[in-house]
Design a protein around this ligand. Structure first.
Ligand code: BDR
Ligand code: CA
Length: 353
């Protein structure tokens, strides 16, 4: 099994990343760290503990990480995930296992990852990149030890794929490829300096897989994939388990905000679990001729909810590198059906706990 550390800011799609990390048969979940992002750190930490409790994995250690970006003030996504980060999700069990709040989370991440065999472990980041940047700043040799870093973040645009991005009122078709501003994706926007640091590290770059919006918008949580499960013996609809009801509620709230904010009505893009899947099921993701990319992050500008004031802050600019130059992998396509099967399998395993 692949040793994996998940660094997340638990909102609705991070919950699915936790589901896969906790119950996929190919993954050995080493630990989970939390970061500011969808909501404030104490809230994302609470949500992470509660989801792991629901998943029957209170044995997994949760470390509370960075409360704010490297140099800026924190930004949260209440209009997408609710004030709590898991808005509309009323079925969460109260978490029993405490989070490690007074320990050095970077030391814990390093200890767990460094204890794995060389070239086997993955760090998966589904929130802002503050924890990841601080980890590799303090322990640069870790970049040589791990097998990979998988990040949900960024937006390429420019016809990279034809996935619809959705738009907010007043924008014209084709003008938007970010989801926080017209140019920037939320995770990268929240801490652009951290992201810029990560993509600039020569030893990390070639080990990094980036899942941008262009890819995650191909995987929509449509009604069809979340219909009531059927009993394989008599084909009759059966009552959803408490866990399925919890995930149905999670998807349903997320669908509502994507319909309201982005006019995407087919279902919400399931960004974060794709970064987990890309680490351990790389074969489900396809590139164009093995292309690899240099990624730079725009860090000029101020944080503001008004896109015209922020300019291109947090934009990921990507350029194709020549073969052998060691750039990031940015898949263009994913086998959507195979991805949903992984999610369904993980739900079945979690239900059986
Ligand atoms: C990313 O931002 C967050 O709101 C989601 O959890 C996901 O990680 C998508 O842009
Ligand atoms: Ca997230």
């Amino acid at each position: 099994r692949t040793p994996l550390w998940l660094d997340c800011d638990t909102g609705h799609d991070d919950a699915y990343a936790l589901l896969l990390s906790a119950h996929d048969p190919r993954i050995e979940l080493l630990g989970v760290s939390t970061v500011h992002g969808n909501a404030a750190l104490d809230q994302t930490t609470f949500n992470t503990r509660a989801v792991l409790e629901a998943l029957g994995r209170r044995d997994v250690a949760v470390y509370s990480g960075a409360a704010k970006p490297l140099v800026r003030d924190a930004v949260h996504a209440a209009d997408i995930h609710g004030e709590s980060g898991l808005g509309g999700v009323t079925l969460l069990p109260p978490p029993v296992a405490p989070a490690a709040t007074d320990v050095d989370h970077l030391a814990a991440m390093h200890r767990a990852l460094a204890a794995t065999a060389p070239d086997t472990a993955w760090l998966v980041s589904t929130g802002t990149l503050t924890n990841a940047a601080l980890l590799f700043q303090r322990f640069p040799d870790l970049a040589g030890h791990i097998k990979g870093l998988s990040i949900m973040g960024g937006a390429v645009g420019g016809g990279f794929t034809d996935a619809p991005m959705g738009k907010v009122k007043g924008e014209r078709e084709g003008e938007r490829f970010g989801n926080w501003t017209a140019y920037a994706e939320f995770n990268i926007y929240c801490d652009p300096e951290a992201a810029r640091f990560i993509f600039a590290q020569p030893r990390l770059r070639a080990k990094t897989t980036l899942i941008p919006l262009d890819l995650s918008h191909q995987v929509l949580g449509t009604r069809a994939v979340h219909k009531t499960p059927r009993d394989p013996t008599d084909n009759a609809p059966r009552d959803p388990s408490a866990l399925r009801a919890l995930f149905a509620q999670t998807m349903s709230f997320f669908a509502g905000t994507y319909a309201d904010v982005f006019s995407i009505t087919a279902g919400p893009p399931l960004h974060d679990p794709l970064a987990v899947a890309a680490a351990v099921y790389a074969e489900l993701f396809s590139d164009s001729d093995g292309e690899r990319f240099r990624v730079d992050v725009v860090t000029d500008g101020v944080h503001s909810p008004v896109p015209s004031e922020v300019g291109q802050l947090g934009r990921t600019r990507v350029a194709v590198l020549a073969p052998g130059e060691g750039g990031c992998r940015i898949p263009r396509r994913v086998d959507v059906d195979a991805f949903w099967r992984l999610t369904e399998d993980a739900l079945q395993r979690a239900d059986a706990v």
